[in-house]
Ligand binder design. Structure first.
Ligand SMILES: CC(C)(COP(=O)(O)OP(=O)(O)OC[C@H]1O[C@@H](n2cnc3c(N)ncnc32)[C@H](O)[C@@H]1OP(=O)(O)O)[C@@H](O)C(=O)NCCC(=O)NCCS
Length: 154
């Protein structure tokens, strides 16, 4: 996943991580999950038996302790295969996995408002925007922009 994750993070347009966030920290966040957290991958055919990982979803409790029944999740799809349904498939799979793992809702705290493809996708999967938190994200090209606080019952 690092081949597509590194440039996505470095673009600074989608996530709050600094562009120079080290690989081991991102791997720990995205992949090295312990239950009830989990990671899902989208695999595309590349002519090999295993296929190629072209997208990833990670699921984790949004809060510890008494808030841990609400899931949070993150998603990344390789830009070379976007618009082919992998993001939607990962979103649907993450919702199903979170429900199967006992979470009662999924909450997104930080969907950057300029990331309209993600905002539209999450709305189409049943999330509603509860608030757009003003000037909470320093976009590298557009300056201060808002972030959507989103919620969906499972
Ligand atoms: C958001 C993201 C995961 C979507 O992945 P994807 O594989 O492109 O998603 P899909 O192909 O399932 O398309 C989802 C929706 O995007 C829109 N879309 C697809 N192709 C598009 C294009 N070329 N231009 C604009 N919108 C497009 C459509 O509304 C589509 O909905 P549909 O299923 O009704 O057609 C991906 O763009 C990504 O990794 N972005 C960078 C990281 C990120 O933003 N993560 C989410 C943070 S909240």
């Amino acid at each position: 996943m690092w081949a597509f994750a590194a440039p996505i993070v470095a673009s600074g347009e989608h996530f709050v991580w600094e562009a120079d966030t080290p690989e081991d920290r991102l791997r720990a966040y995205w992949i090295e999950k312990e239950a009830p957290a989990s990671a899902l991958v989208a695999v595309v055919d590349d002519g090999t038996a295993e296929g190629r990982v072209a997208g990833i979803a990670e699921i984790h409790p949004n809060q510890p302790g008494r808030g841990s029944h609400i899931a949070n999740a993150g998603f990344m799809v390789d830009p070379t295969v976007r618009g082919q349904g992998l993001g939607r498939a990962l979103g649907e799979a993450a919702l199903a996995r979170a429900k199967a793992d006992g979470f009662t809702a999924m909450q997104f705290n930080a969907v950057v408002a300029t990331n309209t493809r993600a905002v539209d996708l999450w709305h189409s999967l049943g999330f509603r925007t509860l608030a757009v938190l003003p000037e909470t994200f320093r976009h590298p090209a557009r300056g201060m922009v808002g972030m959507h606080l989103m919620f969906r019952e499972l």
